[in-house]
Ligand binder design. Structure first.
Ligand code: ATP
Length: 864
């Protein structure tokens, strides 16, 4: 279905801005209705699913039938309150993820008013001339007007994973590109014939990107931990209840004891707390310009042990400026910055222009013809659209006053790819045809047999080849990216890249990003290896590596990598290495070899062919600005600023997340352990119930959740980036966690039972209220011990986590209400307690702060 049928080979000028509003009015925005998000009511009702809720509902019914109406009501109210808390958390997670999704808006290049402009893809209207580069998603259904040897991946539409050939002027579907698919080879220009809902791909959901809903490793592991504990809890609770009943205790009391036990053991809040922590973690990362497409990324990132990174644009700015130009007859210096042509080319200190120097003139003609980059003056500054490497060469040509090349002079093209490392264009040169080639020096030079001298082409001898090679190495040694330019006269359709005439070498500067050196140092001190994988030559790569603090790593070139056996590669990978002159498929080999060494690999990529490596890596990282849509959809993490230091910041954030998850898991389980031990010990002692089921529900569901979420928001430990990466399957609870559970459990159980039994002679309700309040206070107070397992709270700062202070205060105030406010007294069967009781509780709570703090201080002193 199409909603317009403009002329297939419509004017290259595209639409004018004035035409757009009417077309938009008629066809609407180029977007699809978003799937409706779950309504608040649906999210609220979702809270009533799950096993625990069923048990509690059953308990409420049993209590009701046994005429314990108040208990039934209390359980019901706790259920509702729990649902409200769950709702608030899920709602926050949902809105946080929504904000992330909104950041994935795609853009497209269209011709408006005769110039190429980048606009949000949703603004395309039928009739727009759209330009699509390799690796980009097709933003609307297009009739091709230019582009040959194109290939499109239409698997989203057809399920067919082999790319299909496309070409301008071809019949039917071969001459069209469809929205939602991706161009995987070539550069296409086409007229939009259908947009938004009218496109064949009725659901371009993929274009807007997806922030995955998949459960993360951590969520799964914690989910199954909670399930196992839940099943065990039920079995134990059932057994205890039966035994008690069999020993002659009243049925209702035993049902309630069993229920208390089950409720006390199950870490109910866990899954919800993990989800909200990861979602808030993802938002925190996005604020640092790292967009997690899957929550999984947040969790794996913290365990990353190797970062394999591209050089251009990630470690460097990808703002290329040609600084030197060299021909066998002369060396030139180039002034000026960026893409502003306000500099000049000088030879021995004297300005030269294309008209003064035939070799320079020929070279600049190739620089200006063999390109897709364009420079445009806007207000007072110059902007470049296209590839920065090409932009730098075009700027050079402007600086040298090269003759302009009209677009129609270009007849055919063999595009640049990281595999070929060169590009050729066949173009008119007066009444003749000329093939212009530019690319990596060794590749272009190998295809040259002449060089251009002042009087025309002369054969290229070995001595001159060696001089070219030396000049190349000299420029590369200074960290310049070097491209060779060559050309020759050609016959029509003659695109053979051989027998070329060498013209010269352009050395361009791409400055390292200023913040990268520190990020590299941070990564290294965190035990994370940084490996540069670049398409650039070994010398350029080594110079940049040195500059950013990667030392002088061993260099493995792509051609050598091809010959290495897996064992040899694995061995080489155990020292510091960098990879130069690689092709995209090398990345996959490198990832696999590193994974064979049980490393957790973060791998960056931007091109179509990087997708397999991004998918295989533990954390695939795509570039938000420069990356192709194909690479973005294969990645787990998108760098919104393409910046290496963002990866390191994201890893730090991932480590913080994992630490915090561990903190609250340990905290929650320690709290539960105290309750369980108290109930079991009390059963053995034979006294009345120490806590009522509703009281336990209150502690676990209402107050613990809030403190746990607050722990999840704890700031990073300052030494977290000085530790080695954790193993990916490192247990969350671990031995330390189990020991803590025992210590805290035994102490809090003992203390609350002591309160209970000393007060029992004054009445069960009073004793129980004090024991219950005691346990709650112990749990709240012990949270400070979990804020950091290594640093005393004194150095963490008592008030540094505002959320925790708020959660702590609210929980305590709520408990005061429970003890003194009649409606809550009725619901939770409490009675008022005296100041002396509070004092006893406070005294017993003191060791929960003092002892862990003492331990940490001792440890710190020992470590020093
Ligand atoms: P990195 O892998 O560090 O990001 P890169 O991706 O820029 O580097 P490639 O794009 O594979 O590396 O480029 C490899 C080589 O190909 C460059 O060193 C350069 O010599 C040559 N080259 C780069 N861009 C072009 C281009 N547009 N046309 C022709 N040759 C190019």
């Amino acid at each position: 279905m199409t909603n317009a049928s403009p002329d297939r080979t419509g004017p290259r000028a595209g639409l004018t801005s004035a035409e757009v509003p009417a077309l938009r009015e008629r066809h609407g925005w180029n977007e699809l209705p978003r799937p409706t998000p779950p309504t608040p009511l649906a999210i609220f009702l979702r809270q009533f699913r799950g096993f625990l809720v069923l048990i509690l509902a059953a308990a409420a019914v049993i209590a009701f039938l046994l005429d314990e109406r108040i208990d039934a009501l209390a359980i019901f109210l706790v259920l509702v309150l729990n649902a409200i808390l769950g709702f608030v958390q899920e709602w926050r997670a949902e809105t946080a993820l929504d904000a992330l999704r909104a950041m994935l808006h795609p853009v497209a290049v269209v011709l408006r008013d005769g110039v190429e402009r980048q606009i949000p893809a949703r603004e395309i209207v039928p009739g727009d001339v759209v330009v699509v580069e390799t690796g980009e998603a097709i933003p609307a259904d297009l009739h091709l007007s230019a582009g040959t040897d194109l290939r499109a991946d239409e698997s989203t539409l057809t399920g067919e994973s082999v790319p299909v050939d496309k070409s301008a002027g071809a019949e039917a579907e071969d001459g069209q590109l469809f929205a939602g698919t991706a161009l995987v080879a070539g550069r296409a220009e086409g007229v939009a014939v259908a947009t938004g809902l009218a496109t064949r791909f009725g659901t371009v959901a993929r274009l807007t990107g997806e922030v995955g809903e998949k459960r993360t490793n951590l969520q799964r592991r914690l989910g199954s931990l909670a399930q196992q504990i839940g099943a065990g809890a039920l079995a134990i609770a059932g057994l205890v209840a039966l035994l008690g009943w069999w020993a002659g205790r009243p049925l209702f009391e035993m049902v309630m004891t069993g229920l208390s036990l089950a409720v006390a053991m199950v870490p109910e809040g866990l899954p919800a707390v993990v989800t909200i922590t990861l979602a808030l973690g993802a938002s925190a990362m996005a604020r640092k310009h790292a967009l997690a497409r899957r929550l999984q990324a947040v969790d794996t990132l913290g365990a990353a042990s190797v970062i394999c990174t591209d050089k251009t644009g990630t470690l460097t700015e990808n703002a290329m400026t040609v600084r030197r130009f060299w021909t066998p007859g002369a060396a030139y210096e180039v002034t000026g910055d960026g893409y502003d042509p306000a500099g000049h080319i000088a030879r021995d200190g004297t300005r030269v222009r294309a008209g003064d120097d035939p070799v320079l003139r020929a070279a600049l003609a190739t620089a200006l013809t063999c390109t897709h980059a364009t420079l445009r003056r806007e207000a007072d500054s110059w902007t470049m659209i296209g590839d920065p490497t090409e932009g730098a060469l075009v700027t050079l040509a402007y600086k040298g006053w090269a003759d302009p090349v009209p677009p129609e002079a270009r007849i055919a093209e063999k595009p640049f790819s990281s595999e070929r490392k060169r590009m050729s264009v066949l173009a008119r040169d007066g009444d003749r045809l000329r093939l212009h080639v530019k690319g990596a020096p060794e590749i272009v030079l190998a295809r040259c047999d002449h060089l251009l001298g002042p009087d025309g082409p002369v054969p290229l001898d070995d001595a001159t080849r060696a001089r070219v090679e030396a000049a190349y190495q000299d420029m590369a040694g200074d960290g310049l990216r070097v491209l060779a330019l060559a050309s020759r006269l050609a016959a029509p359709d003659d695109m053979d890249e051989k027998a070329l005439t060498f013209l010269g070498l352009a050395g361009m500067m791409d400055p390292p990003r200023p913040e990268v050196a520190k990020a590299v140092a941070d990564a290294r001190s965190a035990g994370i290896r940084v490996m540069m994988i670049t398409g650039d030559g070994p010398r350029t790569a080594t110079a940049v590596a040195r500059h950013i603090g990667l030392g002088a790593p061993d260099v493995i070139e792509g051609t050598e990598l091809d010959t290495l056996t897996p064992e040899a590669l694995s061995q080489r990978l155990s020292c510091d290495v960098l990879f130069a002159r690689t092709r995209p498929e090398h990345k996959l080999r490198i990832v696999e070899a590193l994974q064979g060494q049980r490393q957790i690999v973060a791998m960056t990529g931007d091109g179509v062919n990087d997708a397999p490596a991004l998918k295989t890596a533990d954390i695939g990282i795509a570039m938000g600005l420069r990356g192709t849509e194909v690479s973005k959809s294969a990645a787990d993490l998108i760098l919104l600023d393409d910046n290496f230091s963002t990866i390191v910041a994201a890893i730090a954030e991932g480590r913080r997340q994992f630490d915090n998850v561990r903190k609250f898991v340990r905290y929650l389980l320690c709290s539960n352990a105290g309750e369980v031990l108290a109930i079991l010990a009390n059963l053995a002692l034979g006294g009345p119930l120490v806590f009522l089921p509703t009281q336990i529900l209150w502690m676990n569901l209402v107050t613990d959740g809030a403190t746990a979420v607050a722990l999840g928001l704890e700031e990073a430990d300052p030494d977290q980036m000085r530790r080695r990466p954790r193993r990916v399957n490192e247990p969350i609870l671990g031995r330390v966690g189990l020991i803590l559970m025992l210590c805290f459990g035994i102490y809090t159980a003992g203390a609350s039972l002591w309160l209970f039994y000393t007060l029992l002679p004054s009445g069960t309700d009073l004793a129980r209220t004090v024991a219950f309040t005691g346990m709650l206070v112990f749990e709240k107070v012990s949270v400070f011990a979990f804020r950091s397992l290594s640093r005393p709270v004194l150095s963490v700062g008592w008030f540094s986590n505002r959320f925790l202070v708020v959660a702590f205060s609210i929980s305590l105030l709520a408990q005061v209400a429970v003890v003194y406010w009649p409606p809550l007294q009725t619901l939770l069967h409490t009675v008022p307690i005296a100041a002396g009781h509070w004092l006893s509780i406070a005294t017993l709570a003191l060791p929960l702060i003092v002892v862990p703090e003492g331990f940490k201080m001792l440890n710190q002193r020992r470590a020093r």
